[in-house]
Structures are given as C-alpha cells and as structure tokens.
Ligand binder design. Sequence first.
Ligand SMILES: [Zn+2]
Length: 140
Amino acid sequence: MSNLIELSTKTVSASKLKKLKRIATAQLESSTHMKPMVAIIVRGKRVIGTGTNKAKTHTKQAEHSKYKDDCKSVKLHAEIAVLNNTPKDLIEGADIYILRIRRMDGSLGTSAPCSACLSACVKAGIRRIYYVEEEKETTR
Ligand SMILES: [Zn+2]
C-alpha cells in the first residue's frame, strides 16, 4: 500500500519526529495496555487528535475486526481510539502517525497497524499512515 509510510528521519524531519515522540510520550499514561501505542492525527501542521490503546475490550474495535481475522483481540487499538476522538470532518485527508513507546526507556517499538486498523483508517479518509518499523539510530 503506497500510503503506508515508515516513520523515520528519512520520511519526516528530525524536529517533526522529535515533536511526535514528545506528544506520544505525554499520552503514555492514558494507555492501560502493557505495550502502549499512541496514534496521532495531524492535519497540515496541526495535531487534531490523539488516541492510545486500552487493555479493555471495546465494541468499536470489534466492529472493525470482523472484516479481517488477524486482529485476534478486540481490545481497543490506538488507531481506532484516535478515529473515535477526532471530528469526522477533519479526518478526511489528514495523516496518522502510530508510535509504540517502550515504558522502560522511552524508545520506539514496531507499530505497524493491523489490517483492521488499516482498513478503518482508509475508510475514514486518512491520507497517509506513518508507522515505525523498528527503532533505528536515526529515530533517536
Ligand atoms: Zn489495530
């Protein structure tokens, strides 16, 4: 999929990546999941929504999961959470950034969206989806 982009200093500026990490770190506490994920929707230069994954099951996630079978759990993912939190009319054409932050040291973990979240993003009109493949020196 061409609108699925690896988030690194090769695809965004170092200052933008730093800002995204800062926003994600600030959202960490609202995630109740062992492996926290933060999704941020950006329109132009403005952050219009943030969402975190939850350890509790969620009906909205289940709704999207039924399309694909690789989303085993119906616990709320950060991507669905941010789509719920953001005004629908602003989402169309906006970009989403998905970051997994390790609680231990604040480094970035793999954050590729599952197929349920991917289809939910596309359906909502998200333009580009940025995710982290693996933390590299360039993203520090
Ligand atoms: Zn997902």
